[in-house]
Design a protein around this ligand. Structure first.
Ligand code: ATP
Length: 229
């Protein structure tokens, strides 16, 4: 049984259909890259998993349990941690307060988040709004980890960050992969980094899963057809 399994998921924004048949499976301890050009349905898929958007058809299973009818807070409690696009930390809370607001019992606590992201330690008492983009992304990942998830969803993991900070985020994801049993879904534009960090890739085109496999099988034809590179 997979940790997460989406099967033939369809979803709408009002009358407009955004997902037409998404299949996606993530095993414990596995990093899966969710790829596709802009507007192909990556964020919508992540929102559907978190139950921030209702699904019309298909199923979403977490540990075999169908979660399509559950409210988002229940899905979060079942172990789904979200790092949303644009980070969305509480700007007027300190780093420490942001982390504590998310805390749930488990192995992840403030010292462990600080060990993963040492840059956050001297910023503990600072408002999140005063952090750099990279520090805010570290905080957003730290906050998701404080919920002690089993599945981590990272939407646009390194978007808009300076190259050196990007490397820190990728290094942290690699550490999560080697040191924890977390399942991770990562959306990012950097194919080069995804190839290094992820175990497998899934490509969406027009709201549908069109390809799934190991990166050794992702050839030039597929990348130019579906990823525009
Ligand atoms: P990007 O990398 O640009 O974020 P994406 O692959 O994450 O792309 P989505 O944001 O999931 O794509 O968008 C999928 C489709 O749903 C697009 O056609 C988009 O225009 C549409 N869409 C996204 N958000 C909304 C919304 N709030 N209301 C209506 N349509 C939306």
């Amino acid at each position: 049984m997979s940790l997460l399994e989406l099967s033939a998921v369809t979803a709408f924004y009002g009358p407009s259909q955004a997902l037409f048949g998404v299949d996606l499976a993530v095993e414990e301890g596995e990093v899966v890259a969710l790829m596709g050009r802009n507007g192909m349905g990556k964020t919508t898929t992540i929102r559907a998993i978190c139950r921030l958007l209702p699904i019309r058809e298909g199923s979403i299973r977490l540990d075999g349990r169908d979660i399509r009818a559950l409210p988002s807070f229940r899905v979060a409690r079942m172990g789904v941690g979200l790092v949303p696009e644009g980070r969305r930390c509480f700007p007027n809370l300190t780093v420490e307060e942001n982390l504590l607001a998310a805390a749930r019992p488990g192995e992840w606590d403030m010292p462990r988040v600080m060990r993963l992201f040492p840059a956050l330690a001297p910023r503990r008492g600072q408002m999140a709004a005063s952090l750099s983009g990279g520090e805010q992304q570290m905080l957003a990942i730290g906050r998701a980890l404080m919920t002690n998830p089993r599945l981590l969803l990272l939407d646009e993991a390194t978007e808009g960050l300076a190259p050196v900070v990007r490397q820190e985020i990728w290094a942290a994801i690699s550490r999560l992969k080697s040191e924890t049993g977390l399942g991770i879904v990562v959306v990012d534009k950097s194919l080069r980094e995804l190839r290094t960090v992820a175990d497998r890739g899934v490509i969406l085109a027009r709201g549908r899963t069109v390809w799934e496999g190991g990166f050794d099988r992702l050839d030039e034809d597929l990348t130019s057809r579906y990823l525009g590179v």
